[in-house]
Design a protein around this ligand. Structure first.
Ligand code: ZN
Ligand code: ZN
Length: 175
């Protein structure tokens, strides 16, 4: 969704998109592999302009259904991702043509735009990629899977012998 900077009113503009009325919002949410259609998601976004500088701020609240990195069980994770980025004309960002310098943007929270416009969805997508939770556990003390039989140890112990007997070094000792 292209936004013309000079179309942003002095008092700013606020978005509360819905899937029904804002097809771009549905497109945006697609970047979350583990979002399940129908689960809660909401975006609050505000654009405030100072001369040719735009501050985009807000938050995305979304329920995800990832697989635990340790036990592989699916679980519900409620995330709130803060959004705060400065948009400036590309030429005014230190380093010049910032389109080819994504590092600059990540460090400073700056995003360049050209020709008085930017793509709202593109900017949001970049921010959300950076802020997305990476390694997820169903709970901090998840016991994970037994490395030998694969049982989910959160559901109780398996019948495997205590670790040590199964190590490759043990097999060498037995020779
Ligand atoms: Zn787990
Ligand atoms: Zn086991």
């Amino acid at each position: 969704m292209k936004i013309k900077v000079h179309d942003i009113p002095e008092e700013g503009v606020t978005y509360h998109p819905s899937f029904k009325h804002d097809p771009w919002f549905g497109e945006l949410v697609k970047i979350f592999d583990d979002y399940r259609a129908g689960d809660p998601v909401s975006l609050e976004l505000q654009l405030l302009k100072t001369y040719d500088h735009v501050l985009m701020s807000g938050r995305l609240a979304i329920s995800l259904y990832p697989a635990c990195a340790r036990c592989l069980e699916g679980f519900t994770q409620d995330c709130v991702i803060p959004i705060r980025v400065h948009l400036s004309p590309a030429l005014k960002i230190p380093g010049g043509n910032a389109k080819e310098e994504p590092d600059e943007m990540e460090d400073e929270g700056f995003f360049p735009y050209e020709h008085d416009e930017f793509d709202l969805v593109e900017v949001l997508r970049e921010i959300l990629y950076l802020e997305m939770p990476l390694r997820r556990l169903c709970r901090e003390d998840c016991a994970g899977l037994c490395p030998r039989c694969g049982k989910n140890l959160n559901q109780g112990a398996c019948g495997c012998k205590p670790s040590g007997t199964g190590s490759p070094w043990q097999a060498l000792k037995n020779l």
